[in-house]
Design a protein around this ligand. Structure first.
Ligand code: GCU
Length: 657
């Protein structure tokens, strides 16, 4: 952990406010954080009675700092109004966390010559969460961080919570600066050792929560549904058993006695081998509500994951469709969940693939608080060895309007806010690939305002991280801007997904790696065609889980978008896409183009030597060597596979093996 990188908050960021004066009005821990921040930035405290260059003031006293009336009506606890004229700025905050967010907002603005004016800023959702899949002890297969590509955990080492947690404090500051306000600190797959965080090791969790608190971040724990049985000494974990309910109540009471702002429990139940209510003939509402009732008196939440499917499927059975599973399980339960249950739904119906349709579970749960779950860690998108900026994908998801273009976008429907799997580890750059920091930054910014433009977020991140070098700005922007689509172009085609290697932890191509497996992720390629028939007419019926107009849009080959055609349909290789290309020619063309594009990205990066710090340059260059190799491997395996299956040659006669 030497030379830990500052991410988007290098001290340089405060150059514009350095030496200026500040008055922070108000008391409490978060206001003290703001004062310490101002001092760190080199600001001076204004003398009482003097006009400060920046005043941070509660809404009730706004009039003392700003002469003109401001629209403060209904300003929430996390909101603030930023106003500025003639070099003097005022942040009026609704609650203490609004002061903190207003501070970081001011810092960002100060980087540009932002003009005079007034902005009212409030997060779209109160729940803006980051989940760590960190294990306390090293898991034999998954390691310290499950699907982690940035070294060890910042929380745990050698089977326990780290003695030195100072890095967690710095992490909390970074997260607060982008608006994250909740962090789950352990893996959703909860081992026996990890289950003890709730009980025996609570003192260690207290230490972590103490570090997050000054940054307005509440700590959550992933818990094992079987805990009463495995660590509690009971002979059942049945959610309708009174002893089980009181075991959880006692556990919750003990947690709140020491962590009064504890966020709640995150639960993966009856999923991929994790225990759940099914063992007792109960359903997911029974399970979630029992935990919710233990937390409710203390103001805690249950984040209950909807990632439930049969992972022991028979690949011969074409009637079972993993994509259907979450909807089939949860849609009938809509309306049965308690108010403090948040159903956490992965953005797509399968598993964080590069391209999936938006999950139909989200629009199906009108009477349930639903949170959208994203994956910042790049499990299926290049594992932080490939430069892939994910904000454009997330924006497409957030913009998806399940009830048609004139109705509300997904970002308005998810009343439970957003959650995502973190991409951070104890790596010097935090995220392994330094450019992957942009994903963490963008995720935070989108949780705050899902309508932000991914490109504007990218520019903001570049300016904060790399300063105002114009060549760096242009180069990094051109590398990352379209990198998600580039990654899509040289990997699994047209939405079919999952052509990844089971043996190498989902890294790199293996077209048939999952084809005859129990995991429910198949492409059904044969000599004539490829894709999964999920239509109502002839397939699994999954398309029918969408409201109109999407059910009929996806059902028909005439209207299904090209990028999802193989997700919804099994088509012949000669099928013509809306783009005019046949499926097979599209596969060849995109795979050749994708590799060329990666070569260009790498060349652009080479040219940035001297425009970014050398250590960043070296690390990214090293990653590009691997990305170029891997992209070629993808191109050649995918092209060769489909050439051999179909016998159709490339129109342009390029090399296929
Ligand atoms: C994926 C991932 C697992 C993870 C699971 C989950 O399947 O590969 O490592 O546990 O998602 O979201 O629970």
């Amino acid at each position: 952990m030497t030379n830990e990188h500052a991410m988007w908050l290098p001290d340089e960021v405060s150059r514009a406010v350095r030496g200026r004066s500040i008055a922070v009005i108000g008391d409490g821990m978060l206001l003290d954080t703001v004062r310490a921040e101002a001092e760190r930035a080199g600001m001076t405290t204004a003398r009482p009675g003097d006009r400060a260059d920046l005043t941070i003031v509660p809404a009730a006293q706004a009039g003392t700092a700003w002469e003109e009336p401001l629209d403060l009506d209904g300003l929430g606890p996390e909101g603030f109004v930023h106003t500025q004229r003639d070099g003097r700025a005022v942040v009026v905050y609704g609650g203490a966390s609004g002061a903190l967010y207003g501070w970081f907002d001011h810092l960002r603005r100060s980087l540009h010559e932002s003009g005079d004016g007034t902005d009212r800023c409030e997060p779209r959702h109160p729940l803006r969460m980051l989940d760590h899949w960190d294990n306390v002890s090293i898991h034999p297969v998954m390691g310290q961080v499950e699907r982690g590509y940035a070294g060890g955990s910042i929380f745990y080492e050698d089977g326990r919570v780290r003695a030195d947690l100072s890095r967690v404090a710095r992490y909390a500051r970074l997260l607060a600066s982008v608006g994250i306000n909740r962090v789950a600190i352990n893996n959703v797959n909860v081992g026996r050792r990890e289950a003890l965080l709730l009980t025996e090791d609570l003192g260690e969790v207290v230490r972590i929560a103490d570090l997050f608190r000054p940054w307005g971040i509440r700590t959550h724990l992933a818990v094992s549904f079987a805990a009463p049985l495995t660590i509690g000494g009971l002979d059942t974990a049945d959610p309708l058993d009174e002893d089980v309910a009181s075991w959880w109540e006692d556990a919750a009471t003990a947690v709140y006695a020491r962590i009064p702002d504890f966020g709640g429990f995150l639960v993966k139940a009856d999923s991929e081998g994790q225990p759940g209510p099914y063992a007792y003939g109960r359903d997911h509402a029974d399970g979630a509500n029992m935990l919710a009732r233990a937390l409710a008196p203390h103001g805690g939440l249950v984040h209950w994951r909807a990632f439930v499917y049969n992972h022991r499927q028979d690949w011969r059975d074409r009637s079972t469709d993993r994509a259907r599973a979450a909807f089939d399980t949860f849609a009938p339960l809509d309306g049965r969940f308690d108010d403090n249950v948040v159903l956490q739904v992965k953005f797509g119906p399968v598993d964080f693939q590069t391209r999936e349709p938006v999950s139909p579970v989200i629009p199906a749960m009108a009477h349930t608080k639903v949170a959208l779950e994203l994956q910042v860690t790049q499990e299926y998108t290049g594992q932080q060895r490939h430069a892939v900026y994910l904000a454009p994908q997330w924006r497409e998801v957030l913009d998806f309007a399940p009830f048609g273009p004139d109705a509300a976008p997904l970002s308005d429907i998810v009343q439970g806010g957003m959650a995502a799997v973190s991409n951070v580890g104890d790596d010097a750059f935090w995220t392994g690939h330094p450019l992957a920091q942009a994903n963490l930054y963008a995720y935070g910014r989108l949780t705050w305002d899902p309508a932000l433009d991914p490109r504007a977020i990218l520019d903001e991140w570049i300016a904060l991280t790399f300063g105002d070098d114009e060549a760096a700005r242009r180069g990094i922007r051109s590398i990352l801007d379209d990198s998600w689509r580039t990654y899509e172009s040289y990997t699994a085609p047209l939405g079919v997904g999952f052509m990844v290697s089971p043996l190498r932890g989902h890294y790199g191509p293996d077209v048939d790696g999952y084809e005859y497996s129990p995991w429910g992720t198949y492409h059904f390629a044969d000599r004539d065609g490829v894709g999964v028939d999920r239509t109502v007419a002839t397939g699994t019926g999954y398309a029918g889980q969408y409201p109109e107009p999407w059910a009929r849009t996806y059902e028909s080959l005439e209207t299904v978008p090209d990028e999802l055609v193989l997700f919804f349909h099994h088509v012949p290789y000669g099928h013509r896409l809306h783009s005019g290309a046949t499926v097979i020619q599209h596969i060849y063309d995109t795979h050749f183009a994708g590799v060329e594009r990666v070569d260009e990205m790498a060349a652009t990066w080479d040219d940035l030597r001297g425009h970014v710090p050398d250590d960043v340059h070296d690390r990214v260059r090293e990653r590009f060597v691997e990305q170029r190799r891997s992209a070629r491997e993808w191109r050649d395996q995918i092209n060769t596979y489909f050439f051999r299956k179909s016998g159709v040659t490339d129109e342009r006669g390029r090399e296929i093996y």
